[in-house]
Design a protein around this ligand. Structure first.
Ligand code: ZN
Ligand code: ZN
Ligand code: ZN
Length: 237
């Protein structure tokens, strides 16, 4: 198509332009523009509105849903220690999902028009404008759609009465992930652990984009060998 020599006009809506970059999309999307001012996505005000999400919308929308799912398992007769263990397990399952989604789906290599367009909406936009605070957390409407297959997945790996609490834990893990991710970009951590996490994630954005996929921890990067090697040798853990 128009691939060769196509230039994106940053002053025009981006979403239907990036597909034309073809093979050079990957290179373009990994050259970050560090401004708090985000780009326009769509020409239509309605669609544009749907692409903007404040970070605090995430806990407000999803924590009640977490409570609802957890209470379902309580009503079905589980004791509180059982519930607590199930929720913690759900959070653990989420951390693996977080790593897997980020590494294999969000960083899938695309070059076709629609491949690039969908990748841009999913994760590319965050790498192009990492400081755009309204395009950082996941829009609840999109999360709601993804909840369905994931609930079925959680049902598959558990029993009918534990599935709701397990899923609730997974969803709680997601909320913690999205809020943490926002904090790592826009917060100014002073204590050791969040400071290192911030450094770890900014390293994924600005130095080695095919390493360091964990956001809330580097656990799965260690397990699957995607720990960035040239991290400054800090921390005395
Ligand atoms: Zn990424
Ligand atoms: Zn990327
Ligand atoms: Zn990020």
């Amino acid at each position: 198509m128009v691939a060769q020599g196509f230039t994106v006009d940053l002053n025009k809506p981006l979403v239907f332009q990036v597909g034309h970059l073809g093979e050079s999309y990957q290179e373009w999307v990994h050259q970050p523009i560090v401004s708090k001012e985000g780009p326009r996505f769509f020409g239509s005000d309605f669609w544009e509105f749907l692409t903007r999400t404040e970070w605090w919308v995430i806990p407000i929308v999803w924590l009640p849903v977490v409570c609802w799912f957890v209470s379902k398992s309580i009503v079905m007769g589980h004791t509180l220690p059982q519930i607590a263990l199930t929720v913690v397990t759900g959070i653990g399952v989420w951390t693996l999902l977080e790593y897997t989604l980020h590494r294999f789906l969000f960083h899938i290599k695309t070059k076709s028009y629609w491949g690039n367009t969908i990748h841009y909406l999913l994760h590319g936009c965050h790498h192009k404008h990492p400081m755009d605070g309204l395009r950082l957390v996941f829009p609840p409407a999109a999360t709601a759609v993804l909840c369905l297959p994931f609930y079925n997945f959680f049902k598959l790996i558990s029993t009918p009465s534990t599935a709701p609490a397990l899923f609730g834990g997974g969803l709680l893990g997601y909320v913690m992930y999205d809020v943490t991710h926002y904090y790592l970009h826009h917060g100014q951590p002073t204590s050791e652990v969040p400071k290192n996490l911030k450094k770890y994630h900014l390293n994924h954005h600005f130095r080695i984009q095919n390493k360091g996929f964990g956001i809330t921890s580097s656990l799965w990067d260690k397990v699957f060998g995607t720990l960035p090697t040239s991290m400054p040798a800090e921390k005395s853990r």
